[in-house]
Design a protein around this ligand. Sequence first.
Ligand code: HEC
Ligand code: HEC
Ligand code: HEC
Ligand code: HEC
Ligand code: HEC
Ligand code: HEC
Ligand code: HEC
Ligand code: HEC
Length: 453
Amino acid sequence: MAAPKAKNLKAFDVLSKESQQCAACHKDINRGLFQQWGDSKHYGANVGCYECHGAKSTDPDAIKHYGFNVSVLVSPKDCAQCHEREVKEFTASHHANAGRILGSLDNMLAEVVEGKIMFNGQSPAAVSGCAQCHGSVVKVMENGDLDPATWPNSGIGRINPDGSKGACNACHQRHKFSIVQARRPEACGKCHLGPDHPQKEIYEESKHGIAFYGNVSDMNLDSSKWVVGEDYDAAPTCATCHMSATKDMPITHDIGGRISWTLRPPVSEKIDAKERGRVKSWEDRRADMKKVCVACHTSTWTNDFYKQFDAVVNLYNDKFAKPGLSLMKFLKEEKLLSETNFDERIEWTWFLLWHHEGRRSRQGAAMMAPDYVQWHGLFEVAHRFYIELIPEFEEVLHKAELKGNKKAAEKGKKLLAEILSRPEHAWFTGKEPEEVKRARLKAQQEFKQRYAQ
Ligand code: HEC
Ligand code: HEC
Ligand code: HEC
Ligand code: HEC
Ligand code: HEC
Ligand code: HEC
Ligand code: HEC
Ligand code: HEC
C-alpha cells in the first residue's frame, strides 16, 4: 500500500561513497545488472550496491572485495534495515519455513529413491529440485566461498548463514525489484505448478485468470497504491487474493493469513489459531479472504462459493482420504508392509492418490478450475481408489494369508468390508438399492435418446 517507511531515506539523498565505487566498476563488468539497478526504485532512492551487499568483517559469509567487506547473499535480514514490516510478516509465514522438509516423505524421494549419487554431500535431485523451491541450507566453505551445492539458490525458505530464513528475491527478482513483476501470477508460478500443486494452471483455467490475461492493460500493475476495487477491478491475481490490500486490509507478506484449510496433507484440516504458526482462527482467516472477494462479488455469491468448495473437500476427505489412510495405517501397524517407504506398489498408489490427485481436486475447487476438480482430480482419485488401492490391499492380505498370517488377513478383510459397506461405495459392490439402479438406468436411456435424435 504505502511506500516503505521513509525514515531511512534521509541518509540517501545521494548515493553513498561506497556504492559509487561499486557502481563505477560494475557498470562495465556486469552491464545488465547495472542497468536493472538503474531502472529500479532503489536507484531512485539512492539505495546502492553497498546498502544491500555491505557486510561486517565478522559476518559468516563476508568476503574481502577491493577494500570492502561484502557478501554476495542479500538475506531478509539485510532488507529488514529498511523493510522491517515485510520481513517480519514473511518470517512468520509458511514460506519462510519451507526449508524444513527434511524427514518428509517427499524428501526421501529426492534423497534416496531418486538420489544417492552425491554432489558435495548432497543429492543432486534435491539440489536442483526441492531446494530451488523450498530453499537450501546455504553453506560457506573454508575458503569463504559459497558451497555450489547450496547456491545459487533463491528457494522461498532458504536458510541463510546469518540465521535468517528465506529469500526475498524468490518473488522480487533482482536488481529491478519491480512491483509489476511481483504482482503478476508468474511470480508464484516457478513453484506453484505441476502435478502436486498446480495453482498456476488452475488460475489460468479459472475465469479470474482469463480476465487477467484478457485485460492485463487495465490492471494498473505499476501503480504504487494497489487496492482491489479502487485502483483496479479487471481481475484478481494470486497476490490480490493472498497478499494485497483491500479497502479495509493492508498488504500482508504472510501468505497463509487468508486461507482456512490446509489442502496439502492426505486428509485436509482447518488449522486453528496458534497451531503451526497461525495467528488467527480459521474463521477469521476465511473472513479476511472474503473481504477480497466482495470488492467484486456479493457476499451471497462469496458464501455460496465457499459452500461448494467445502463440499468438495469434505467429499474427498470422507469418501476417499480417511478410508485410504485407515487401510494404509492398518498395513503398517500389522507389519504387512516393510518399514521402508516406497518399496511397495501400494505405497506409490496411495501417494499418487493424496499427494497428486487428491490435492489437485481440492485446490481446483478452492480456485475455481472445474477441470482440476474433475478430470485431473476426483476422476483420478476414484480410479486410483477402486481400481488400484483396493485390489492392491487385497493382494497384500492374500500374501499374508499364504504366509500363514491368517489373523491379520481376516482383520484386514473386515476393515475393508466395513468401508465398502458404506452407502457411497455401494455402487462398487453391487449393493445399491434397486430403485437407485433403476433410476440411473432410466436416466441413461433418456440420455441416449437425446443424442440419437
Ligand atoms: C575495481 C572494481 C570493483 C569494485 C570497486 C567492486 N567490485 Fe565487485 N566485483 C568486481 C569483479 C571483477 C568481480 C568478479 C566478476 C566476475 O566474476 O564476473 C566482482 C564480483 C562481485 C560480486 C560477486 C562475488 C562472488 O563471489 O560471486 C559481488 C556481490 C560484488 N562484486 C559486489 C560489489 C560491491 C557491493 C562493491 C562495492 C562495495 C564492489 N563489488 C566493488 C569488481 C569490483
Ligand atoms: C536492494 C538490494 C540490492 C541492491 C541495491 C543491489 N543488489 Fe546485488 N543482489 C541483491 C540480491 C537479493 C541478490 C541475490 C543474492 C542472493 O542469492 O541472496 C544480489 C546478487 C548480486 C550479485 C551476484 C549474482 C549474480 O547474478 O552474479 C552481484 C554480483 C551483485 N548482486 C552485485 C550488485 C551490484 C554491483 C549492485 C549495485 C550496482 C547491486 N548488486 C545492488 C540485492 C541487491
Ligand atoms: C537501505 C534501504 C533499503 C534496503 C536495504 C532495501 N530497500 Fe527496498 N526500498 C527502499 C526504498 C527507500 C524504497 C522506496 C523507493 C520508492 O518508493 O521510490 C524501496 C522499495 C522497494 C520495493 C518496491 C518497489 C516498487 O516498485 O514500488 C521493493 C519490492 C523492495 N524495495 C524490495 C527490497 C528487497 C527485497 C530488499 C532486500 C533484498 C530491499 N528492498 C532492500 C529501501 C531499501
Ligand atoms: C516446483 C517447486 C517445488 C519443488 C521442486 C518441490 N516442492 Fe515441495 N512444495 C512446493 C509448494 C509450492 C508446496 C506447497 C503446495 C501447496 O500449498 O499446495 C510444497 C509443499 C511441500 C510439502 C508440504 C509442506 C506442508 O507444510 O505440508 C513438503 C513436505 C514438500 N513440499 C517437500 C518437497 C520435497 C522433499 C521435494 C523434492 C523431492 C519438493 N517438495 C519439491 C514446491 C515445490
Ligand atoms: C511470495 C512472493 C513474495 C515474497 C517472497 C516477498 N514479497 Fe514483497 N511483495 C510481493 C508482492 C506481490 C507485492 C505487491 C503487493 C501489492 O502491492 O499489492 C510485494 C510488495 C513489497 C514491497 C512494497 C511495499 C508495500 O508494502 O507496498 C516491499 C518493500 C516488499 N514487498 C519487500 C519484500 C521483502 C523485504 C521481502 C523478503 C522478506 C519480500 N518482499 C518477499 C511478493 C513477495
Ligand atoms: C480469487 C482469489 C484467488 C486467486 C486469484 C488465487 N487464489 Fe489461491 N486460494 C484462494 C482460496 C479461496 C483458497 C482456499 C482458501 C481456504 O482454504 O479457505 C486458496 C488456496 C491456495 C493455496 C493453499 C493450498 C493448500 O494446499 O493448502 C495456495 C498455495 C494458493 N492458493 C496459491 C495461489 C497461487 C499461486 C495463485 C495464482 C497462480 C492463487 N493462489 C490464486 C483464492 C485465490
Ligand atoms: C520459490 C518458490 C515459491 C514461490 C515463488 C512462491 N511460493 Fe508459495 N509456497 C512455496 C512453498 C515451498 C510452500 C509450502 C511451504 C510449507 O508449508 O512448507 C508455499 C506455500 C504457499 C501457501 C500456503 C501457505 C500456508 O500458510 O499454508 C500460499 C497461500 C502460497 N504459498 C502462495 C504464494 C503466492 C501467492 C505466491 C506468489 C505471490 C507464492 N506463493 C510464491 C513456494 C513458493
Ligand atoms: C477484481 C475482481 C474480482 C475479485 C477480487 C474476485 N473475483 Fe471472482 N470473478 C471476477 C470476474 C471478472 C469473474 C468472471 C465473471 C463472469 O463470469 O462473467 C469472476 C468469477 C468468479 C466465479 C465464477 C467462476 C465461473 O467459472 O463461473 C466465482 C465462483 C468467483 N469469481 C469467486 C470469487 C471468490 C471466492 C473470490 C474471493 C476469494 C473472488 N471471486 C474474487 C472478479 C473477481
